[in-house]
Design a protein around this ligand. Structure first.
Ligand SMILES: *Cc1c(COP(=O)(O)O)cnc(C)c1O
Length: 465
């Protein structure tokens, strides 16, 4: 057997990767030619690759490494749990301490009567659970026709059959026979791209009212739930106008439908509170959680469910679960992660130090010729790249061409900043310091300058007509 180590030359690792590893959300043939960057170590907010480059991780992995890399306590928690009880299931009238303790802790942290947790291994799995649980809930209430989920275009809720259907990404729906039946998508509250001449406030209201129109169109007796991210993440960090969520809440309160907040990104401090629902004033019946729950140190997700929904589901056998629901090692790591967030007052650091500092620096990027708007809530931000700020124009080139060029410049400058189309997004570890934020902004600016020069050189600075 061959041991694969960090000591192999990069080219050899890349060749093996290209030969055998199918990357998610990737054109693997193109990546195989180029060679994937091999990340070997990480500490704090910094990644190290196999060539020794030190890269500032402006994305906290994939929105998840909230407490930063290299936390010894999390390694210890995992090792301790593996020694004591590496696995046991929770299907057949058994339970274990990590699942008990984590469920109780989440019930304590979650707002309102969200006191019940169904565990999953990921955000996608948790949203699949939500589809089945919500439809079963209505069936048990004697309303089996309430099966329709209303979601939004350009939402991201995962990439399994169910969660990918809930999401509103055209690229996902185009492959594999999605969406499953009875999922309906209304428009997103993306003022910069879609708001036209409306004020952001009027636009936010209009987009929220599409929910009411859809409920009336289908009939209240057909609609089961509305699901949304408090702030869209993978869709491009789309911060809704201030009028949007209050109107959505009003509509959800008026009609008999459940509100699901997908907190997979917004949860666990990203917006400065434990949950994005608190920051945006949302009262959900169910919250989807994953990512920051364990700071990405172990795969775990779940649904935090209201007393009302949980008590109805409890009446019957719920024929659903995952082998790794409440996995003891993942649960122990998540519990330790929550302890760190609480005892180190990481929410306080976000609210009082990191977020205000980042907001000021981030918004200052709008003085760059390429940057239209800069949006940021807590520790998730986006900038719109545009050839014409006044008209909020899109580029004439295929969407994502310019964003990709910018992302490549960021990578070359040792900054991980992602692009979604021609928007650039960040979501750094919550523990980032003001000094590290300065470095992030410096590298972002340098990359924007280089991107701007490249666009001039390649004659790409044109607005779509
Ligand atoms: C990442 C994400 C998911 C899916 O989580 P996985 O763990 O990748 O399955 C679901 N919802 C949102 C909002 C996400 O950002």
């Amino acid at each position: 057997m061959t041991a694969i180590t960090n000591h192999l030359p990069t080219a050899e690792l890349q060749a093996l990767d290209a030969a055998h590893h199918m990357h998610p959300f990737t054109t693997n043939s193109a990546l195989a030619k180029k060679g994937a960057r091999v990340i070997t170590r990480a500490s704090g907010v910094t990644l190290t690759d196999s060539e020794g480059h030190e890269i500032l991780d402006g994305m906290a992995g994939l929105w998840c490494v909230n407490v930063g890399y290299g936390r010894e306590e999390l390694a210890e928690a995992a090792a301790r749990q593996i020694r004591e009880l590496p696995f046991y299931n929770t299907f057949f009238q058994t339970t274990h301490v990590p699942a008990i303790a984590l469920a109780a802790k989440l019930a304590e942290l979650a707002p309102g009567d969200l006191n019940n947790v169904f565990f999953a291994g990921s955000g996608s799995e948790a949203n699949d659970t939500n589809i089945r649980m919500v439809r079963h809930y209505w069936a048990l209430k004697g309303k089996p026709t309430k099966t329709i989920f209303i979601s939004r275009k350009n939402a991201y809720h995962g990439s399994s059959m169910g969660s990918g259907s809930l999401g509103g990404m055209a690229g996902i729906h185009a492959q594999g026979g999605l969406p499953i039946p009875d999922i309906h998508h209304i428009n997103q509250p993306h003022w910069w791209s879609e708001g036209g001449d409306m004020s952001p406030e009027d636009f936010g209201l209009a987009r929220a009212q599409e929910l009411e129109q859809a409920i009336l169109e289908f009939g209240e007796d057909r609609v089961a739930a509305f699901i949304a991210e408090p702030i869209q993440g993978a869709g491009g960090v789309i911060v809704p106008p201030s009028t949007y969520w209050p109107e959505i809440q009003r509509i959800c309160d008026k009609y008999e439908i459940l509100l699901i907040a997908d907190e997979v990104i917004c949860g666990f401090g990203r917006t400065g509170n434990w949950f994005g629902s608190e920051t945006l004033g949302i009262r959900p019946d169910i919250m989807t959680i994953a990512k920051g729950l364990s700071s990405g140190y172990a795969p775990i997700g779940g649904s935090i469910v209201s007393d009302e929904v949980a008590s109805v589901i409890a009446q019957d056998e719920f024929n659903h679960g995952y082998t790794y629901s409440g996995h003891p090692v993942a649960a122990a790591v998540a519990l330790e992660n929550l302890r760190i967030i609480e005892e180190e007052n990481i929410l306080g650091h976000v609210r009082d130090v990191a977020a205000p500092y980042l907001k000021e620096k981030w918004e200052s990027l709008t003085d760059h010729p390429l940057v239209g708007e800069a949006k940021i809530v807590g520790m998730m931000g986006s900038i719109a790249l545009t050839p014409n700020k006044a008209t909020r124009a899109a580029f004439a080139s295929e969407e994502g061409t310019v964003g990709y060029i910018c992302r490549e410049r960021c990578f070359a400058n040792n900054l991980v900043m992602r692009h979604v189309g021609d928007r650039m997004i960040i979501s750094p570890p919550l523990v980032i310091t003001p000094e590290q934020i300065d470095t992030l902004i410096e590298r972002a600016r340098k990359s924007l300058d280089e991107c701007y020069a490249a666009l001039k050189e390649q004659d790409l600075l044109h607005a779509a007509s």
